[in-house]
Design a protein around this ligand. Structure first.
Ligand SMILES: Nc1ncnc2c1ncn2[C@@H]1O[C@H](COP(=O)(O)OP(=O)(O)OP(=O)(O)O)[C@@H](O)[C@H]1O
Ligand SMILES: [Mg+2]
Length: 473
């Protein structure tokens, strides 16, 4: 019998409960038995003593001792009224060690006396007093040995024990059969479902159908079903994402090659005879090399590693100006979105310039797209400052605020986009890049008056080497 199984525990509990129940039953039963025994002795002694009435003369001592022997007592006194009394007596060798008056004994007293009788294995002589049956007198008193009483009590107790042991074994077996049928079989069914599901979690055929009759098990099955459905669908989604990722990686790879060629041509534009083309050339080269970088980063993302930031000190106002310039050019309805900066011109920060450009570009683009989506004009403000421990950059807008879905899936890849043509990656990438700096990106405000994102970059970059390449996704 293994105690860590349900059937083992059932068996052990049955034994414990039966033993407890027996203790509660055995003691009162034994004390009742002792009382009955003594009362029957009193009755027999009363009948024996009545033999005295049949004769006027006194009994012969032989007859007297035979009467006493039949009654199983040593002495009888039957008091019929204050004057008359019948007495049968034989010589008592031992001293009377205790007197039990059955007319006065309470429940606790009788249990106590029964225990004393049972535990004391000496053959004592005791006096027992009771009321005669049929009002045949005032009082009857006998003297008797305790050994026969004790023997009968032990006999009775043993029979009771054997009977209840048999009864408890039967109950235990029945309980176990019931437990097997009601609990274990349905539990095993759930386990086998889990095992077959675990082998093929993307197969919807293995999802459990709740049909247990026990309410608790049915609840467990329903919860399991819900969990399996979620896991299966997210596995399927992951699979689709993996395929998409593969496609993106292939595209990025080839796009990078195409862009590298374009970069070579763009380089040549610097030597163009047309001064306008010459002026535009560096910007074109810059944009293309950013695009090449992005392709490379996408490829690295596919390999599950964001490149560790390569830190340098640079002027933040300049970077913000570049972002704003690119966003203004990209704006669909020029003039609808106004860009404002609130950065001390001398503020320099230490970070990965390209990565921070991507972060600010993503945040500004989102804000611009949100404002454009409303059809009315709006403003975007990039502010920044520093404290002893960090640099902070704020990107706020007067747009419509993040839609509910975007807030719910904030910073989760592919999930939060509510924009037509949006992939839902912009904010995730931004948050990952800032995390790569040991900092954090957070949404501090979003309501109908606009949204505000805050970037925190710690000055203490000691944590960076350990984090390299471990940007969370
Ligand atoms: N400043 C903002 N104001 C209002 N909504 C915003 C703002 N920034 C983000 N959102 C919402 O959050 C969603 C998720 O933004 P995210 O940049 O992650 O993805 P996306 O812009 O939809 O696609 P992409 O991956 O091309 O950037 C957006 O679709 C948009 O609904
Ligand atoms: Mg975006």
């Amino acid at each position: 019998m293994r105690l860590n199984t349900i059937s083992g525990r059932f068996a052990a509990l049955t034994i414990i409960f039966v033993v407890l129940a027996e203790l509660f039953i055995l003691l009162p039963a034994l004390s009742r038995f002792r009382l009955d025994f003594l009362e029957s002795r009193l009755e027999r002694a009363q009948i024996a003593s009545l033999a005295l009435l049949a004769t006027d003369e006194s009994l012969t001592s032989d007859l007297e001792s035979e009467l006493l022997q039949n009654a199983g007592v040593l002495n009888v006194v039957l008091r019929r009224d204050n004057v008359r009394q019948l007495v049968l007596s034989s010589p008592i060798r031992d001293q009377v060690s205790a007197t039990y008056d059955l007319r006065e004994e309470g429940v606790v007293q009788t249990i106590d006396d029964a225990l004393v009788t049972l535990l004391d294995d000496r053959d004592e002589t005791v006096r027992v007093i009771g009321s005669p049956v049929n009002q045949a007198g005032q009082l009857i008193e006998i003297t008797m040995k305790t050994a026969p009483l004790r023997g009968a009590m032990i006999d009775y107790g043993l029979r009771l024990l054997v009977l209840s042991a048999a009864f408890s074994i039967l109950t235990g077996i029945l309980l176990n059969i019931a437990a097997q049928r009601l609990i274990l079989v349905p539990i095993r069914r759930v386990i086998s479902h889990m095992t077959s599901y675990a082998l093929e979690p993307d197969n919807t055929r293995h999802i459990i159908t709740p049909n247990a009759r026990l309410a608790e098990l049915r609840d467990a099955e329903t919860a399991l079903e819900a969990m399996q459905k979620t896991v299966t669908s997210s596995l399927k989604q992951k699979e689709r994402m993996a395929q998409l990722g593969e496609a993106v990686a292939k595209i990025s790879h080839d796009l990078r090659n195409i862009l590298t060629t374009a970069q070579i041509f763009a380089d040549r534009l610097e030597y163009s005879a047309d001064p306008k083309v010459r002026r535009a050339a560096p910007k074109l080269v810059n944009s293309i090399s950013r695009a090449v970088n992005l392709c490379e980063t996408t490829l690295a993302f596919g390999k599950a590693e964001e490149p560790a930031p390569s830190l340098s000190r640079f002027n933040l106002t300049q970077l913000a100006a570049e972002v704003i310039e690119a966003e203004t050019l990209a704006g669909e309805a020029a003039g609808q979105v106004e860009f404002v900066t609130d950065i001390a011109p001398s503020l320099t920060i230490r970070a990965d310039r390209d990565q921070l450009y991507r972060v600010l570009a993503n945040l500004s683009r989102n804000a611009r797209q949100a404002i454009e989506g409303t059809g009315s004009p709006g403003a975007i403000e990039i502010g920044a400052g520093e404290t002893d421990s960090e640099w902070w950059i704020r990107v706020g807008d007067s747009g419509p605020g993040l839609p509910e879905k975007a807030r719910e899936y904030l910073f989760k890849p592919f999930s939060g986009s509510s924009r037509k043509g949006g992939t839902g990656l912009g904010l995730t990438i931004a948050a990952d890049l800032i995390r790569g700096h040991g900092g954090r990106l957070e949404l501090v405000r979003s309501d109908e008056e606009g949204s505000e994102f805050m970037i925190h970059i710690p000055r203490d970059m000691a944590i960076l080497p350990a984090r390299a390449g471990a940007a969370a996704r």
